[in-house]
Ligand binder design. Sequence first.
Ligand SMILES: [Zn+2]
Length: 228
Amino acid sequence: MYKIAITAGHYLGTAGKRILKALDPNETREWVLNDRVVRKIIELLKEYEGYEILRTDDPTGKKDISVEDRCKAANAFGADDYYSVHHNASGVKKFTGGGIVVYVYNDVGDDTLALQKMLYDALIEETGLKGNRANPLPQSNLKECRLTKMPAVLGELGFMDSPTDVPIILSEEHADACARAYVKVMVKRGNLKKKVDRSADLEAENKALREQNAALQAKIAAAQKALA
Ligand SMILES: [Zn+2]
């Protein structure tokens, strides 16, 4: 059983974490973008079996669950991999960033590095949002990647202050593509199988049982007749 921990970064009320007003009059919150991708991942996974999933943020976005508590929950769950979904910003150097970045902690083994590369490659393959990052595969002292005991990847799925990225990351298509990329990686990591449609098998089994039943009824009737 592949155990997945997933989190939509931040919550609705996190200060500052939103698209620049100049690029989006709604100032869409980062959590809203993160949540949309997480929900799509959970939905796509329903086609598969062989996994359990734990979402560690508040799915309503109303409650701010600390990074410490999210990591604690993932550790207690015994997750095999931890996926944190975020969107990026360039901070003081606004308007300069662009493209997808996948972070891991700075002291990790080959397995985590392989997961990082696999997720980045899948995201670029599905979205094409390569951007201008000199190092899209950074290792960093991020709390979320440090406090989790299992391989942890933090995906930044585009920049909220990039005139190029903003219309893309607001689109349903981008969220769909990101979700497909995550699921592709989860299927590989967990060796997940597509759920099989067993209705045809069940119909055949039913038919065989009906025939057996009819044969038995006939035998019983014949036996009763002989006794009479
Ligand atoms: Zn974030």
